[in-house]
Design a protein around this ligand. Sequence first.
Ligand code: KIV
Length: 262
Amino acid sequence: MTVPEFQRQKSKGRKLVVVTAYDALFTRILEQAGIEAILVGDSLGVVVQGKSNTLSVTMDEMIYHTMLVASVRENALVIADMPFMSYQVSVEEAVRNAGRLIQAGAGAVKLEGGISMIDRVQALTQVGIPVMGHIGMTPQSVNQYGGYKVQGREDVHAEALLADARALESAGAFSLVLEAIPVDLAKSITEAVSIPTIGIGAGPNCDGQVLVLYDLLGLFDEFSPKFVKPYAHLKADALQALRRFKEEVECQKFPSDLESYH
Ligand code: KIV
């Protein structure tokens, strides 16, 4: 999957599937499942590092996880998140940091924000770095929202988000993540732009969907927004396996002759 191919899917009416990954093991599984785009999300701060938000994730951490994913990538487009404070301070810092993610193996970067980030998006696309925008509920602004809350419910905010989407497209973004916004607004934005919209908590009318891997596998249940659907229950399976292992070691059922050398 290349960036132009990713974009073409919209005109073909084919839904795009994006899933996050942070390591080589799960990247191989996503590739086997035919997932076309892998997002090395700064959500790793929450699901891998156990923090309550994404704000402390650093460039070095993003580079490390991008390298793990990119090292075993076969077909999927790898998109790396630009972490908090890696692009907000200046256009120069944004270009330098996005370049580091590309050098680590990403095929594109993602950054949060609308009209305020237009100069970053323009500068990155001008130097050949494809940018995915991210609007709606942008987790790096959690302190401004006072929590993870649905955005764009009021007309004035919905109009601002529509303007953000149009501006990001004009600045050169190749795609947009729409997070936690009402279904009708996501539909209007999807119809208003020619680049693919990838929804997370934005309803069924987006051009594709993204979920955090550990949410969709049922591995992470510390908090679960309404938009998460667990397609497996791996935490329950892991707990069951670990409890059985413990029990079998304690009652000397494991290792048996089968697992022993002679
Ligand atoms: O960091 C992340 O995983 C994301 C997705 C939730 C879109 O930005």
